[in-house]
Design a protein. Structure first.
Ligand SMILES: [Zn+2]
Length: 445
């Protein structure tokens, strides 16, 4: 925490950081950050672009039913839903995909996310990567692999897609987008979960990502009922299966990992797997990822670099400020200990730890010389901050996405005073609405 400081940028890089009393370096231009909290660009490693989906939710909750994530999880319902989502991207036209992706990505950039990890979207990877470049933000782009489906109570799986075709999609994606010359885009192939993937698909994921040395991702041990469903079919849990197939490595991003045995946990820690969670999303779905096992809070307490993320939904359900708020509040509550996830650690879960999860820890995630100049300026010049001594805590507890004022990616201002620099926000939304309506008419609900 540096009160009254300066940051010197040269091109896309942070060159120096100093206190207001230290000698100022020479510069051409300044951006005045008076009344602002200057934070590293937020990194959201786990997100799904899903804004093409129609929303039938009733505002009075009269349609309320348990979600497939609630009450221990319904693996059959999830497999069916994720399998369908994995096919949507190929059914959008290039123009539809890009217009939908631009609006969807904008909601993340607007809330201070400078780098996103796509964990599999209802969109095409090309449209996602092009939209990110259009907006000037970073993206690890994905294609969701999902080739099998496990019915509740089944002892064998149904095959629903060709693993070789999905592996070929991953290879095309990596060839085109990994280490992209824009400096903004990389690849991160993913599978929905061990319950949606055959051994062939998982082996293809392992081998491709090894040859490209890129991260890969999956939901791993997220629900109480997953282990039994997998044991009945494969004789192993999700973590045991990934271990047996050689996928537990430091390039694996494992999400919502909460239901693990002591032995499985030891393997995850020994192999350096990155664990990520989405603390602000669980309550609305009825998932018990934080409080039932308290695993993620215990890992944070013990200093492991567990990242926070928003996850994806069919509407905007919050950005990284809300995710980091939930990390701060929920883990301290669950463990009855305010030292488990104080504000500075909550910020790490959405910056440095999250950059590590995307394999970009040398590039982004903190404000220090040599790193890319990704910065978020938060407006703290109002009544909420007039008393108190901890502006970061006040932002996390009483602020939110809309308080993000300026966003800088690689030294370029991409959000100024809350507005998109590259596009008119109304035009972005109109293009999205037209594209979503035409896609829904063709694909169906
Ligand atoms: Zn997810």
């Amino acid at each position: 925490m540096l009160p009254r400081s300066w940051i010197l940028l040269r091109g896309d890089v942070i060159e120096a950081v100093g206190h207001a009393d230290s000698p100022e370096p020479a510069y051409d231009r300044t951006l005045n950050a008076d009344g602002k909290l200057v934070l590293p660009g937020f990194v959201n490693p786990h997100w799904h672009e899903s804004f093409v989906a129609p929303n039938f939710e009733q505002p009075d909750d009269s349609d309320l039913q348990p979600t497939p994530y609630a009450r221990g999880g319904n693996i059959e319902a999830l497999g069916s839903m994720f399998g369908f989502i994995a096919t949507v991207g190929d059914r959008l036209t290039a123009e539809e995909g890009r217009a939908i992706a631009r609006w969807s990505l904008w909601t993340q950039l607007r809330s201070g996310t400078t780098a996103l990890g796509d964990l599999g979207s209802s969109n095409h990877p090309d449209a996602m990567a092009e939209a990110a470049i259009d907006l000037g933000m970073r993206l690890r782009v994905s294609r969701w692999g999902s080739d099998i489906y496990i019915r509740n109570g089944a002892t064998c799986f149904d095959r629903v897609a060709d693993p070789a075709a999905q592996a070929a999609d991953w290879e095309r994606l990596l060839e085109k987008w990994d280490n992209h010359p824009s400096g903004l885009i990389g690849g991160m192939p993913s599978v929905t979960g061990a319950f949606g993937s055959s051994d062939e698909l998982l082996i293809a994921l392992r081998d491709l990502c090894k040859s490209y040395q890129c991260p890969y991702a999956t939901h791993l041990a997220p629900l109480k009922h997953e282990a039994d469903a997998l044991r009945a079919v494969f004789g192993m849990t999700a973590i045991e299966r990934l271990d047996a197939l050689g996928l537990l490595t430091p390039r694996l991003l494992a999400v919502h990992t909460a239901y693990v045995s002591d032995r499985e946990l030891q393997r995850l820690l020994d192999t350096g797997v990155n664990i990520c969670h989405s603390p602000a999303h669980y309550g609305m779905l009825g998932e018990a990822t934080i409080s039932e096992t308290k695993l993620i809070g215990r890992l944070l307490r013990d200093g492991y670099p567990i990242s926070s993320s928003t996850d994806g939904d069919i509407t905007y359900t919050g950005g990284m400020p809300e995710a980091m708020r939930a990390a701060h509040l929920c883990h301290n509550e669950a463990l009855n200990d305010n030292t488990v996830c104080p504000p500075t650690r909550a910020l790490l879960t959405g910056t440095r730890y999250a950059a590590k999860a995307l394999g970009w820890e040398h590039k982004i995630g903190s404000i220090e010389p040599g790193k890319q100049a990704d910065l978020v300026l938060v407006d703290i010049d109002d009544w909420r901050y007039r008393i108190g001594n901890h502006p970061l805590r006040t932002f996390l507890v009483a602020g939110g996405s809309k308080d993000v004022h300026t966003v800088i990616v690689a030294g370029r201002v991409v959000v100024a005073a809350g507005h998109c620099v590259a596009f008119d926000e109304e035009a972005l939304f109109r293009d999205y609405a037209v594209a979503a309506a035409s896609a829904r008419q063709r694909i169906g609900a």
